[in-house]
Design a protein around this ligand. Sequence first.
Ligand SMILES: C[S@@+](CC[C@H](N)C(=O)[O-])C[C@H]1O[C@@H](n2cnc3c(N)ncnc32)[C@H](O)[C@@H]1O
Length: 307
Amino acid sequence: MRTSKTRKAARRALSPIVSLIDQRIEREVRRHVEIASKDSLQKELRTLRNRQRPLELFFDGTGRGASRLPSAPHLDRTISELVEVTGADREDAERTVAQAFRLLIALEALGVGRIAGGTMSIVGKLSAVPLLDPPGEEILEIGTLYGMFGAALIRMMQRAGREPNLTIVDPLAGTQLQPGATMGGDATGTPVDLAAVRVNLSLAGAAGEATRIQQGFSEDPEVRALVADRAYAVVVVDGDHSAAGVAADLEWAERIVAPGGIVVLDDFGHPKWPGIKEAFEKHMTTRTRFGFLGQVAHSGYLRAAPA
Ligand SMILES: C[S@@+](CC[C@H](N)C(=O)[O-])C[C@H]1O[C@@H](n2cnc3c(N)ncnc32)[C@H](O)[C@@H]1O
């Protein structure tokens, strides 16, 4: 009886010390768990970084000048703009954007040089043109750089069941020419010449190989006479980016675009090329056949009035 009372008293007296020891053990256990999970997080981070490096080589700007990995908000915005400009339903726009994105990555991996511009502008153009259902197969690209966008557009039109014929106008002078701007060597290191353009067009099969290439400037009367032998369902204006150059191309487009045809104004609203919007705004105050459809990323879209 006495012993039991003594034990209870001893337990009561020791209780604060026992609880202190318990708390200490708990703290120690928590500390070790934290260290272990920090270690495993760091290990996971190292593994992710290692995996990211080759992905960067594949998608990022090195050797090209622009990252090809769009963010989710950019993708969503481009799809919404496409729906608005082309009238396509969202599912069609999403499918076309996915196809265009994969094509861009594939062509830049396989071809020489690059496609100019940001990923969303390129994907936007490659999607918008087929979705706008142009009224014919003749396409004119003014300013081609490496011919790779032309090759991609041929593929996208074929995917929509079309049989595109492409004509290109570009001086193909060894480097990119831009009046009033110093362009320097291309980030890819590939010369801007006929050989490069032919290599890229060959990636678009027979239609790519059959492309007409007119070397020269779009304002040159001789070039114009040779190219204006047909009406174009699509004209991509992507040559001289100065206000005077774009004004001249729009004035020419008035004469060679088929009724209901599409004009794509590249780098529209791009802060680096203010002359493009300036020329467009001035042009729209004249007697024009063109109506403005809207903008997807940095490209503007016009449609000529129907016949
Ligand atoms: C921005 S790059 C074209 C990019 C190409 N459309 C693409 O999407 O990859 C402009 C090209 O137009 C050419 N150029 C410059 N002035 C021109 C003109 N007056 N007529 C035709 N092409 C011109 C440049 O030398 C260059 O090759």
